[in-house]
Design a binder for this molecule. Structure first.
Ligand code: GLP
Length: 243
């Protein structure tokens, strides 16, 4: 596990974007695993800039996103499809037919999950998986629990996740209670993992996840077992650990 210290959010975003652009330059037909949440927004903005400057070509890239809320359609501005379109897809020359997220509008959870597992398998495997980190240590929407779930599954969001995400919705009642998320085995199968984390409010979970015990109670702790993980964290997020 390699931890790269960034000065602040902007520096974190630039460093993370440079790692992703290096991946695209080295393998123009790469498969990127993508994440949502507020943390990667700056990373996507830097990638868009690099594209606008003529330094990046997304035409060969395939993307698979980590997760999607169950019950939100693509036009809903809180759906992760909308987020990806708004922050990246509509701003670069990616082929939309090669961008994938779980189908939040599929009410049959078993079908939605099996379909998404097939989509991921058909890509041939993720070259670089981008991750954020939830305050409770979740990655994607793999919430604290007794086990590490292998593949795509339907999760009941925890109260703390619903509370954390309510800032994006008009009211807490509107936050979906369930989501479809890629499983831990699938995330761990990515050849390379890049996790971005920023802010003092994430400092204690950074310490727990990456310097503590490996346990499904802190899902991100499993990343300690992956052979190629890069964590780009700002000084505030690293304030409880010594580097
Ligand atoms: C969300 C997403 C995660 C994200 C996390 C942290 O609920 N499902 O993929 O990493 O929470 O979000 P943020 O970056 O806004 O703190």
């Amino acid at each position: 596990m390699k931890i790269i210290k960034a000065k602040d959010y902007d520096d974190m975003s630039r460093k993370a974007a440079n790692i992703i652009s290096a991946q695209i330059i080295m393998k123009p037909s790469c498969v990127l695993g993508l994440a949502t949440g507020s943390t990667p927004i700056g990373t996507y903005a830097r990638l868009v800039e690099q594209y606008q400057q003529g330094d990046l070509d997304f035409s060969g890239v395939t993307t698979v996103n980590l997760d999607e809320y169950k019950g939100l359609n693509r036009e809903n501005d809180q759906s992760y499809y909308y987020f990806m379109n708004d922050n990246l897809f509509s701003k670069v020359n990616i082929d939309l037919k090669k961008t994938f997220l779980p189908d939040g509008m599929e009410p049959d959870a078993k079908k939605a999950c099996e379909d998404y597992n097939r989509v991921i398998a058909a890509t041939g495997g993720v070259d670089l998986q981008l991750l954020g980190l939830g305050h409770n240590g979740h990655i994607g929407f793999n919430e604290p629990g007794e086990v590490f779930e292998a593949e795509t599954h339907c999760v009941d969001l925890t109260e703390s996740t619903i509370a954390a995400n309510k800032r994006f919705f008009a009211s807490e009642e509107e936050v979906p209670r369930q989501a479809y998320t890629m499983g831990i085995k699938t995330i761990m199968q990515a050849k390379k993992i890049l996790l971005v984390v920023s802010g003092a409010d994430k400092a204690s979970i950074v310490k727990e996840a990456f310097y503590g015990a490996i346990t499904p109670r802190v899902q991100a702790s499993v990343l300690q077992l992956h052979k190629d993980v890069i964590i780009v964290a700002d000084e505030a997020a690293l304030s409880e650990v010594c580097l």
